[in-house]
Design a protein around this ligand. Structure first.
Ligand SMILES: NC(=O)C1=CN([C@@H]2O[C@H](COP(=O)(O)OP(=O)(O)OC[C@H]3O[C@@H](n4cnc5c(N)ncnc54)[C@H](OP(=O)(O)O)[C@@H]3O)[C@@H](O)[C@H]2O)C=CC1
Ligand SMILES: CC(=O)C(=O)O
Ligand SMILES: [Mg+2]
Length: 420
């Protein structure tokens, strides 16, 4: 990052007030009458109603539109385990994105937990006060058991964004990139760098979308995950292939797709040169990708290149997923976020990229024109159509797959944030 951008980022977070979010009131609180309704004595009435029937919390409190972004700070972006407090700017950032793009009220919760069980216990005890829980930046393999247990123990949607938000957006991007590069999902070979929360979940969803497990070579710090290894945890074991490839260098040789969900500057131009013709390169580590777009552009001219960042074309980042997925899930009172809802979201994202780009998006990104193609495989985050299209797809899939407690809302598909 340039010194200028570093300085501007600190200024942005410091001013006009420290941080990026604040709480605002949704009802009048000016007069004695207002206060006697909002607080004592009036507040006793909704208290009694909720004590009688917990469902009333959705009627009389902010619960139904409130998502907690919860972390232990163990895998903050690609920066590693820097602890809960240091993760706060990222978690506030997620809350900002929830509100800005989907009108979801969101608050960050950074937990100091000495063990996964302590984290689970803490989250379980506070879960019911929210409409949903977005787990964020919790490292693998602990994240898998944490999420599984919390889904089991909570009656509201619990969703580990680094796993599923990333997977939904990655699948959308890969489907469109394959179409542009004229390749078939059941035919392509993929090298994955990283075998953590994001890499494992993205790979699973790509397999669900049609990619063949035997064509996928996943690598961790020790190299290719193959069936001869005896040091694999149960999650990595699911991706062990019978192959004589051993290093990442072997894995990327001839690959059609590179999916990076590991850390900064891991990939060399020579490795990109060894990929198949018309390759697809998703270097998604944040904030510094596995390889920079200019290095790829210098290495070859037939690649589709994506990163997780806002300052390059093709931003493959879970920001395109979690705000709208929770919007849809909350609005139909989904009890969980299942595979049908994830694939529906991916499909809606992929389809939106093929529609004409609006002036609003061109202006936000300082562009004169943009159309579906190598530099535009996935919608831009500021495309206001994401709200209506993705939340509707998720809500419909929740209803069709039987996990929604409520009907399709009368105001769906949403036209804008003003509808919320
Ligand atoms: N663009 C996006 O939307 C998203 C991007 N990401 C990015 O993905 C990356 C991983 O995040 P996440 O999955 O949550 O973190 P995890 O801690 O769960 O996983 C990190 C993985 O990266 C691997 N890794 C780290 N260094 C190397 C290396 N030198 N060579 C090979 N593998 C390596 C680790 O290997 P090992 O298992 O051997 O320790 C581990 O499997 C981060 O950079 C993050 O910013 C994550 C979510 C969303
Ligand atoms: C984008 C994101 O969630 C990450 O890099 O961890
Ligand atoms: Mg994250």
């Amino acid at each position: 990052m340039s010194e200028d951008l570093k300085h501007a980022a600190l200024e942005y977070h410091a001013n006009p007030k420290p941080g990026k979010i604040s709480i605002e009131l949704s009802t009048p609180a000016e007069t004695s009458r207002d206060l006697s309704l909002a607080y004592s004595p009036g507040v006793a009435e909704p208290v009694k109603a909720i004590a009688e029937d917990p469902e009333n919390a959705y009627k009389y409190t902010a619960k139904g539109n409130l998502v907690a972004v919860i972390t232990d700070g163990s895998a903050i972006l690609g920066l590693g385990n820097l602890g809960p407090l240091a993760s706060k700017p990222v978690m506030e950032g997620k809350s900002l994105l929830f509100k800005r793009f989907a009108g979801v009220d969101s608050i960050d919760v950074e937990v100091e937990a000495e063990s996964p069980q302590a984290f689970i216990d803490t989250v379980r005890r506070i879960a019911n006060t929210y409409g949903g829980i977005n787990l964020e930046d919790i490292k693998a393999p602990e994240c898998f058991e944490i999420e599984r247990t919390l889904i089991e123990q909570c009656s509201i949607p619990v969703f580990h964004d680094d796993q599923h938000g990333t997977a939904i957006v990655t699948v959308a991007g890969v489907l469109n990139a394959l179409e542009i590069q004229d390749k078939k999902i059941d035919d392509v070979k993929m090298a994955v760098l990283g075998a953590g929360a994001a890499a494992i979940s993205c790979t699973k969803l790509l397999i669900l979308a049609g990619m063949k497990p035997e064509n996928i070579f996943m690598c961790d710090r020790k190299g290719v995950i193959h069936s001869g290894r005896d040091d694999l945890n149960q999650y990595k074991q699911g991706f062990a292939v019978d192959t004589d490839k051993r290093t990442f260098d072997d894995a990327i040789d001839g690959a059609d797709i590179f999916l990076g969900l590991s850390g900064p500057d891991m990939v060399k131009a020579e490795q990109i040169q060894k990929m198949a013709e018309r390759p697809i390169i998703f270097a998604c580590a944040n904030p510094v990708p596995e390889i920079m777009p200019d290095v790829v552009a210098a290495a070859r001219d037939d690649a589709i290149m994506a990163t997780g960042r806002s300052d390059f074309p093709n931003q493959v980042n879970n920001v395109l997923g979690f705000p709208f997925i929770f919007r849809g899930a909350l609005d139909v009172r989904a009890t969980r976020i299942n595979e049908e809802m994830k694939l529906a979201a991916a499909q809606a994202l992929a389809e939106l990229a093929k529609e004409p780009v609006t002036q609003e998006v061109l202006t936000a990104y300082g562009l004169d024109e943009l159309a579906f193609g190598r530099d535009y495989i996935i919608p831009k985050a500021t495309d206001s159509r994401l709200l209506g299209k993705v939340s509707y797809a998720v809500a419909k899939a929740a209803i069709d797959s039987g996990v929604a407690d409520g009907p399709m809302p009368a105001n769906y598909p949403l036209q804008s944030l003003a509808d919320i």
